[in-house]
Design a protein around this ligand. Structure first.
Ligand SMILES: C[S@@+](CC[C@H](N)C(=O)[O-])C[C@H]1O[C@@H](n2cnc3c(N)ncnc32)[C@H](O)[C@@H]1O
Length: 624
């Protein structure tokens, strides 16, 4: 499997709807997420979908078409911005106390830095603080430029504002906090001297040109979100960006085990790497010139012992004489290269070995001209029946004590097993690296989720407190209502008792009235009848319920009313001349003639209520 093409460990099955969503994001907003690790990317998109209450990628695609504001929310969720000042403090210590003093203090050249994937700026300002500590603030101002880039414009805006909370600064030692930050509005602002040296800008690591001539390049906890192929492309750019002596500083999950052709570790545990100047494998095409003339005739000396040692060597070896003829081939070479005894003495260009597995003559020329051994490594040879072997081939010019050429030996080392092991190791390393990166990115996702949960918990706590205070208010209202209710109950009871008393008095009055021998009527000042007892009903033939409420003089009871009216007026107005009684002739309803004595008695309320009068009507002798 070629480098960087194996799937991520946690790769999920390709989903056409998801791919089409990614294509849409690319077309609409220029964000190409195809190089991000699918599993983590899908998780983040699904998280956003859940927040928007959407279940399928297709539906979410439609949602984005109709609600363009959703793009920002999606990018905020996908581009994980977890960061902090002095993240992995041990590595920053090493940079400050070991790496930088050795490099930046030995010259007075400008120091160019690139913080790639800087999020909200904490890493860029940490680097600025460390450089200011190493160089002193004056030299820092004159020599240092830090380019800090990210794709996330919101994060960059935060970084440019350079304002952080006390919690953001929790890992900044207090002495540094006092030197490099000033308080303002309950927050901390990075001092101007540092801010001026840091230039923030948008740069997409996947597609934009890198910053160049960089001495210190930090790209931390960003590579791990990309798949192996995209990581390789980005590393190629980072390699280009660095000066030959430049340092690369990665995040703790990023080891570059499978990209060792670009960078070599100088402090692997703390993730510092140095640029490898050129590609390690020399795969220059072979020259096609004819074999160079050998310069000296010589006889090939093959002593018996040397001969048998050579013959039985595990490496295939041939020797050419100065004329370029095959002078010797050991057993392994005979077998490997298909040589036979009669090939000895023939010019090398007549033998198949001169062009298979590769063109040998150009390499032989090069070794002869350089007067030193040369190597061709990892030459692949597909043999008959498809068997594939790998050879490291060494070309050794054989020189005498005066450096005259006696011949050339070509040694074929079979490194197939070694190559296989190396590939296995590389593959295992890559899996390890991917797993570690997955783990780290999951940890960062969890940190983000945790922060989100934390804020939900805080919201719930606020709501809970609001509910508690509403509850307390309700309890107070309830107690007040209860007290009012008790009062009302008390008043009701008093009313009932009062009513009972009234009822009792009424009943008493009624029984007094009813038990009187005389007919009794009580009238008010308007002469309306207020009481009319049973004897009156019997005497005048008008029922109590008919009489009460009616005007006395509306009653057609056969009593001559004019003398009564006068007597009543006099009685109600407290006239002393009012007669004690008046005897009258009358005819009751049954037509009986009667003589009636009407006695009038004024009634005064105890508290001076409306006056009334009581008429007592007694039949004193029958009419004749
Ligand atoms: C987890 S943060 C790392 C922040 C900081 N380097 C650190 O280690 O604390 C990853 C950052 O990479 C950025 N990023 C993601 N894709 C990118 C891309 N294609 N080009 C540049 N930056 C990218 C994100 O926006 C995010 O700010």
């Amino acid at each position: 499997m070629s480098e960087g093409t194996e799937p991520d460990l946690a790769e999920r099955a390709a989903d056409p709807a998801f791919e089409s969503l990614l294509a849409y994001l690319h077309e609409e907003r220029g964000f190409d997420f195809t190089g991000y690790k699918r599993a983590s990317l899908m998780r983040r998109v699904e998280r956003r979908m859940a927040a928007a209450g959407i279940e399928t990628f297709d539906a979410y695609h439609d949602h984005l078409v109709v609600h363009p504001a959703e793009f920002q929310a999606l990018f905020d969720t996908v581009l994980i911005n977890v960061t902090s000042f002095f993240r992995d403090v041990d590595s920053w210590d090493y940079l400050q106390h070991s790496l930088l003093p050795d490099s930046v203090l030995s010259t007075d050249q400008p120091v160019r830095c690139w913080v790639a994937g800087c999020a909200s700026g904490e890493e860029a300002y940490t680097l600025a603080i460390v450089l200011a500590e190493v160089l002193g603030i004056d030299a820092f101002r004159q020599r240092v430029k830090i380019y800090a880039t990210d794709v996330d414009e919101d994060a960059l805006a935060h970084a440019r504002a350079a304002t952080y909370s006390a919690k953001d600064l929790q890992h900044v030692p207090s002495a540094l906090r006092e030197t490099y930050f000033e308080p303002g509005g309950g927050r901390f602002i990075v001092r101007k001297e540092l801010r001026r040296a840091v230039i923030f800008g948008r740069n997409d690591l996947v597609k934009d040109a890198p910053i160049s001539h960089v001495d210190v390049l930090t790209c931390r906890n960003t590579l791990m979100y990309f798949n192996a192929e995209t990581q390789a492309q980005i590393l190629n750019r980072l390699h280009f960006a660095l000066r030959p002596d430049g340092y690369l500083f990665l995040g703790k999950a990023e080891m570059l085990l499978s990209h060792s052709s670009y960078f070599r570790p100088i402090e692997l545990r703390r993730r510092f790497f140095k640029k490898i100047a050129s590609a390690p494998r020399d795969r220059r095409p072979l020259a096609t010139s004819a074999p160079t003339a050998f310069v000296k005739d010589s006889t090939f000396d093959h002593g018996r012992l040397a001969h048998s040692a050579l013959m039985s060597s595990a490496a295939a070896q041939i020797v050419l004489d100065p004329d370029g003829r095959l002078a010797f081939a050991n057993n392994r070479a005979m077998h490997l290269c298909g040589l036979v005894q009669r090939d000895v003495g023939r010019p090398i260009q007549d033998l198949e070995i001169s062009y298979r597995p590769i063109e040998l003559r150009a390499q032989i020329d090069e070794a002869v001209q350089a007067r030193r051994p040369t190597w061709l490594r990892d030459v692949e040879w597909v043999r008959a029946a498809g068997e594939k072997i790998h050879l490291d081939i060494q070309f050794v010019p054989l020189l005498d004590e005066l450096s005259a050429l006696e011949g050339v030996t070509v040694i074929f080392n079979d490194v197939t097993q070694y190559r296989q092991l190396q590939n296995d190791l590389l593959y295992a390393n890559r899996q390890l690296e991917t797993a570690y990166e997955e783990l780290q990115s999951t940890v960062e996702e969890l940190e983000t989720t945790n922060e989100e949960l934390q804020s939900t918990v805080e919201e719930l706590e606020t709501t809970n407190e609001e509910l508690q205070s509403t509850n307390e208010e309700l309890e107070t209202m309830n107690e007040e209502l209860q007290a009012m209710n008790d009062e009302l109950n008390g008043s009701n009871q008093a009313l009932r008792e009062h009513q009972d008393e009234v009822d009792r008095l009424n009943a008493f009055m009624v029984s007094v009235l009813e038990s009187m021998e005389s007919g009794v009527a009580v009238v008010n000042t308007d002469l309306q009848i207020m009481a009319w007892n049973a004897r009156a009903a019997e005497l005048w033939g008008v029922r109590t319920d008919e009489a009460v409420g009616d005007h006395l003089f509306n009653l057609d009871i056969g009593l001559p009313l004019e003398p009564i009216r006068r007597a009543l007026r006099a009685t109600l107005s407290d006239d002393a001349s009012a007669p004690d009684y008046t005897d009258l002739e009358a005819v009751n309803r049954r037509g009986r003639r009667v003589r009636v004595r009407v006695t009038l008695t004024p009634i005064r309320g105890r508290e001076g209520g409306d006056p009334a009068a009581m008429l007592m009507m007694d039949v004193i002798e029958p009419a004749t």
